[in-house]
Design a protein around this ligand. Structure first.
Ligand SMILES: Nc1ncnc2c1ncn2[C@@H]1O[C@H](COP(=O)(O)OP(=O)(O)OP(=O)(O)O)[C@@H](O)[C@H]1O
Ligand SMILES: Nc1ncnc2c1ncn2[C@@H]1O[C@H](COP(=O)(O)OP(=O)(O)OP(=O)(O)O)[C@@H](O)[C@H]1O
Ligand SMILES: [Mg+2]
Ligand SMILES: [Mg+2]
Lengths: 265, 265
């Protein structure tokens, strides 16, 4: 099972949109995919048509040791399952503050989960707090969605260092597998310049003894496409809502690239 | 002095862009403006050309009682000052966890600050943690930047409830003054539908005994304009970088609307 944490502490860069639509695209390729919503704002949960109203059996109950992952997991569509978040997850950050091994509770739950999946994909909110640390400690791969704006590279270094720290202290198998450019405005020079800066940054890292010297920039870029912003309001993924849109094409290409290692031209 | 907290727990909706450019626009109108960066990611600080490298005298030192606001405040341009954030602010959330009155430390510092300003504008990160609570407890007005996407309204209710709670328990003068639509894509039906939903929501609230029944939707909408995304990379506000751009026109109009209560046509 490939365990992927979708991480970026910068807000609004496409983490949730990527979790939901990449997950759906992999499911359409016949992979069994389990999504986990680790954001107290529960956007992946809402995106898939559930109501996080405080009544939902959720990841919160798993982190507090009250339920197993299997007990709160729900089928979404063929090959696609979701472990939802709910608003009480906001309290978890505080409630877990004093607990021993608070960053590895999710990892334990995943290890105890007997259900076979091909992919586990974890959506994190815009922070590097205990919920995000749980994702990092449970993952073998980190996928970083990144909006090609100025502050993107600034935040990236900090994020990579945090990943390295978790890898060293808590979970050695962890590695940054890749960065995916999201919200890509091909027409703007800004996007092209930031992507060029990003490629140069990754190139320099190749020759350094840093844990992300194998990180790749995915060839697939997710272009800005209003259909991707519309489908959450119908509780759907892009593949049900607008299967012929550029958004659907881009996430299908990303899934192929992640699944096989390359994209058909 | 008008004390405005720029708040939205949703990531990437234009909080920092609004803090910096609204602040600059008010300064250009001759108002004395002090910006405070309350986000450990320090984007407002970086936007204005400073380097949050752990060496900056910053808001962190104020929250820990080591320095006054005046001691860390820096002039940015005419009429515009900044109290910067720095990376060590991330530790504040944890370090303040046990401290009595941890949500009102900034308010005390503001009250002890003898320097006369017309506006205090506080930029918050995408969370409702102790740093954001400090902003709410120090503010008399809350300004909510909002991207007209589906999840905007979802998050708004939660945000308004939090504001009401702070007002009731910690800081009674607090009120939501307004919501400003940011990243507005006038060409998309999605943006128009969400704005219509927002207007309906605010209209319904008028007749309820809720603390936000006076909240207004600003007439000024900040349109999506790549110039606004480019200027941080030069450490500039939109008014130095691209003074004739739609981004500059929109923030100048917002400043007029906030300063005078209405916009000249
Ligand atoms: N490629 C795209 N084209 C158009 N809209 C997009 C695209 N990707 C994401 N969006 C929209 O942009 C907004 C931010 O995206 P999203 O919520 O996925 O980011 P996020 O990183 O998960 O944010 P947060 O930090 O708040 O968790 C959402 O309203 C989403 O619908
Ligand atoms: N009107 C606009 N037109 C084009 N780009 C914009 C506009 N407003 C903001 N941006 C860009 O969008 C990105 C997100 O904006 P910004 O950082 O201001 O949001 P934020 O709410 O402060 O995010 P966070 O939740 O991470 O603090 C930034 O790269 C910014 O430069
Ligand atoms: Mg998200
Ligand atoms: Mg910001």
């Amino acid at each position: 099972m490939r365990r992927i944490a979708i991480i970026n502490q910068k807000g609004g860069v496409g983490k949730t949109t990527t979790t939901v639509n990449l997950g759906a695209a992999l499911a359409r390729r016949g992979r069994r995919v389990c999504l986990i919503d680790l954001d107290p704002q529960a956007h992946a949960t809402t995106h898939l048509g559930l109501e996080p109203d405080g009544q939902l059996p959720s990841l919160y109950h798993v982190l507090l040791g009250q339920k197993s992952l299997a007990a709160v997991r729900r089928p979404v569509s063929d090959n696609l399952w979701l472990v939802p978040a709910d608003i009480d997850l906001a309290a978890a950050e505080v409630e877990l503050a004093g607990v021993v091994g608070r960053e590895v509770i999710l990892r334990e739950a995943v290890q105890q989960d007997a259900t076979p999946f091909d992919y586990l994909i974890m959506d994190c909110g815009p922070s590097l707090g205990v919920l995000t640390l749980n994702a990092l400690a449970s993952a073998d791969e980190v996928l970083i969605p990144l909006q090609p704006h100025f502050l993107a590279l600034h935040g990236l270094s900090k994020l990579l260092e945090t990943t390295a720290l978790v890898a060293r202290r808590i979970h050695p198998p962890l590695r940054v597998s890749g960065i995916v450019v999201c919200l890509y405005d091909a027409t703007t020079r800004l996007a092209q310049e930031v992507v060029a800066d990003l490629q140069a940054f990754l190139e320099r890292s190749r020759h350094q003894a840093v844990p992300w010297n194998q990180a790749r920039l995915f060839a697939t870029r997710i272009r800005r496409n209003v259909k991707l912003a519309e489908c959450p309001s119908f509780g759907q993924t892009i593949f049900s809502y607008a299967p012929r849109s550029p958004g659907a094409a881009d996430y299908a290409a990303l899934a192929e690239e992640i699944d096989t290692g390359s994209v058909s031209p």
